[in-house]
Design a protein around this ligand. Sequence first.
Ligand code: SF4
Length: 257
Amino acid sequence: MSILFDQIVFGPIKSRRFGSSLGINLLPLKDKICNFNCIYCECGWTDLKSVNDTFFSKEEILEAIEISFKELSLSNVEIDSITFAGNGEPTMHPYFSKIIDQVIFLRNKYLPGIKIVVLSNSALLSSKKVVEALQKVDLRVLKLDAGTEETFLKINQPLSSKKIDWYIDKLKEFQGKLIIQTIFLRGNYDNQFIDNTVVEEVDSWLKAIKEINPQSVMIYTIDRETPAENLEKISEAQLNLIADKVKAIGIDAKVYY
Ligand code: SF4
């Protein structure tokens, strides 16, 4: 069963990684829109051919955000972050960069000091506007679920033909001012066994992490039902061992379980 957010602004929700987080969903409410088709995606499979719903306009989104920020600023509810996530890939909204500029303005007006976080799969880092917008927010949390092409294709099923090296190069361009998020999992999908925790996979991923040199790495595993059946959670102990390997190359890492 997939979970789709039914509002532009949702929460605040208790997030494993971002504390009390006010979520912003720039994607339509009835359909997931993404340029990846991750086998673990909580929003379900990507099926762009059957998308009927359209993007909200920039104005509708900013109105919903301003109402919510204003309400929060007048309430006793405390939040730690404003997080762009939701029903797919936020950078795919055609006005993503303009929306970021306005949300920074509104945050400064109503909720000064609260961090703006964007979760992204990095597929649109070919767009200068997207990169510049990501550079403006407080935290950009970018996905890298594998270090080898083969496992990247199996886990993330990108809709474009860009190679994993393209992603690694684009992530390097942030010059360390980014957080990498990586999910670890194993299981069978499409008659193939997938496991990004085996030594060779972790070593290739670590090599990429070293090159990217992020501020930190967020390590986690599946938490809810996944569209691909037969995927299994990785134990906390094994995730801690992977985090230790990241720390051993001088990069901060944290397990979220
Ligand atoms: S990138 Fe995110 S939204 Fe897109 S398929 Fe993967 S998990 Fe789902």
